[in-house]
Design a protein around this ligand. Sequence first.
Ligand SMILES: C[S@@+](CC[C@H](N)C(=O)[O-])C[C@H]1O[C@@H](n2cnc3c(N)ncnc32)[C@H](O)[C@@H]1O
Length: 245
Amino acid sequence: MTSPVPITGDAACDVPELRLPHRLPIPRYLETVYWWAYVHPRAVHLFEREWLVNLILFGNYGRLRDRALAALGTPIHGRTLQVACVYGDLTLRLRAALASNARLQVVDILPIQLKNLLAKLPPDERVTMLQGDSSSLTTADASFDQVLLFFLLHEQPEPVRRATLAEAMRVVRPGGKIVIVDYHRPARLHPMRPLMWAVFRKLEPYAIDLWCHEIEHFLPEALPPASMHKETLFGGLYQKLILIR
Ligand SMILES: C[S@@+](CC[C@H](N)C(=O)[O-])C[C@H]1O[C@@H](n2cnc3c(N)ncnc32)[C@H](O)[C@@H]1O
């Protein structure tokens, strides 16, 4: 595991390689299922367009992003962990909302995604990036005040999803917050339901798990949250879940 890469002007000069000496292996599900979205060298070029991300979310990107940010605070205080990069301006806005003494760390398994994020963000000593696997973080217990998981869980096979949630619970401090935004089972007569079902069957095979189970189902039994608050959006197709450890 590497040490965090601070986002400074110098670090920006270190792109293309981001100086990640101990490259972690790419998880099998990313290579076999999501290679076209994240792993392929052209993926970033294709998907790093806000209108496209917004289209994929039926025009809800801004609303979902803003709900996630609002749940983290205004401004955002303390130490925040964003697990996995995302296309669009979520992290830019997260950074802009950080209080002056706040800290943000972004962990992603793919150097190409870290590199893309680094290119999007202005230099900022409050922000660090780290190559890491969400299912086995190297961070110490209770290191963060809050953790953000934005549309990550639906892409992970169940054992990885369970491990990711267990790690999020482990690294957030007692009383700290985990903010999750992801898919949810839509209302029975939701007009997008047949389309999303077909998309999941064809392209996102693990996402259907979030239609069959509440996220609570994947949480670690040994470390249950102190409280949970779920809100659904867009006819139930999306959810925002706030867990307090
Ligand atoms: C957050 S998810 C989906 C984001 C959403 N489609 C978007 O861009 O708005 C995509 C990211 O998750 C990362 N990722 C997937 N599995 C991971 C894991 N086990 N550990 C860390 N990052 C992971 C991928 O590398 C990718 O950058």
